[in-house]
Design a protein around this ligand. Structure first.
Ligand code: NAD
Length: 342
């Protein structure tokens, strides 16, 4: 198999290279993201491996298909960047559904704790011999309420972490698990009653801008919003306005609506042209990390292994367990008997 890996960094290669040799795959690493300009580079590669901020639009899929690509192996869980309608009957799309939900949940906890206790500011202060604690006051998490949107793999681990801090947990999920020991409520009540709101649902047309002017207006004035899921769950303009008018307490963001151009890149010598991102970075009560929730050694190892197995299954014409289907919108489970759904 010849595989074109897009949007690769040195830390991707160290996990992928040794495994690809074991599997006997021929790998080409591209540093560029996959998009309409770069898709042509994959000509003659049967498989493309893409990441969260690659563009897998109709235009890109058509170019890949014409170039002979028959499998897109996403090395991530989320797949909101793929136009499945265009891939249907042309290119199979697989993903890594779960590599380390704990990694992301723990990062959400890191954001929650740092933001609440102003660790990001304290770190900078003490390095400058400024030992004042003025402005660094947080609140006890013990006894407060965490509102969790999306109680899947990551959301559930984050729930356990919050309970470990003595927090009460409220949750909302489109498909609540009635058998779980989780108190589900409607979204409005969750926004109204939570001190910490943490987003763990996928980005879909229904969840896009789930945090908006209306939901922000209903929150407690000291509420902290944590987003380790996808940037577009939050309307950035609404968030900026809520922070500017002190409507909420702060935001810890591992993802940003327009992150594609910025996250994962060293732009320290550039002028930041995204005014919304610049504004968000200017708030003392906003803590932004660059989509690193997944970034642990355990997760990177699992991503590499599952990606190689996904490609091996395709090569062997086996059932693609991690295929995302245009018809059912998730992994094809109902069509197991017919191998692939499309
Ligand atoms: P999951 O599929 O296990 O759980 C998602 C949950 O969201 C499910 O319980 C589902 O029923 C629920 N859901 C679906 N639609 C919803 C809606 N409209 N409203 C409320 N809930 C809804 O996924 P997961 O592994 O827990 O991952 C959650 C998200 O985390 C992913 O979609 C991805 O965007 C993000 N993620 C981020 C990173 C990172 O590095 N920051 C890494 C991996 C995943």
């Amino acid at each position: 198999m010849k595989i074109a890996f897009y949007d690769t960094k040195p830390y991707d290669k160290i996990w992928i290279e040794p495994l690809s040799a074991e599997y006997g795959f021929e790998i080409k690493f591209f540093e560029h993201k996959l998009n309409a300009d770069t898709a042509v580079l994959a000509a003659d590669y049967g498989v493309v491996c893409a990441f969260v901020n690659d563009t897998v639009s109709k235009e890109v899929i058509d170019v890949l298909y014409r170039g002979g690509v028959r499998l897109i192996a996403l090395r991530c869980a989320g797949y909101n960047n793929v136009d499945f309608k265009s891939a249907y009957q042309k290119i199979n799309v697989v993903r890594v559904p779960s590599y380390s939900p704990a990694a992301v949940a723990e990062h959400a906890a890191a954001l929650m704790l740092s933001l609440n206790r102003r660790i990001h500011r304290a770190y900078v202060r003490t390095r400058d011999n400024n030992f004042s604690i003025n402005g660094l006051m947080g609140f006890d998490l013990n006894g407060k309420t965490a509102g969790i949107v999306g109680t899947g793999k990551i959301g559930r681990i984050f729930i356990d972490i919050c309970r470990g801090f003595g927090m009460k947990v409220l949750a909302y999920d489109l498909y609540p698990d009635k058998s779980a020991d989780i108190e589900y409520t409607d979204l409005d009540s969750l926004f109204e009653n939570s001190d910490i709101i943490s987003l763990h649902c996928p980005l879909t047309p229904e969840t896009r801008h789930i945090i908006n002017d209306g939901s922000l207006a209903s929150m407690k004035s000291n509420a902290l919003i944590i987003n380790t899921s996808r940037g577009a769950l939050i309307n950035s303009h609404a968030l900026i306005e809520a922070l500017r008018s002190r409507k909420i307490g702060g935001a810890g963001l591992d993802v940003y609506e327009e992150e594609e151009e910025y996250f994962f890149e060293d732009l320290s010598n550039e002028i930041l042209v995204d005014d919304d991102l610049a504004r968000l970075l200017s708030f003392p009560n906003v803590l932004i990390t660059s989509h690193q929730g997944f970034f642990t050694s355990e997760a990177m190892q699992a991503i590499a292994e599952v990606t190689m197995e996904n490609i091996r299954s395709f090569e062997n014409n086996d059932i693609l367990d991690n295929e995302i289907c245009y018809k059912c919108g998730q992994e094809c489970k109902k069509d197991k008997g017919q191998k692939r759904c499309f």
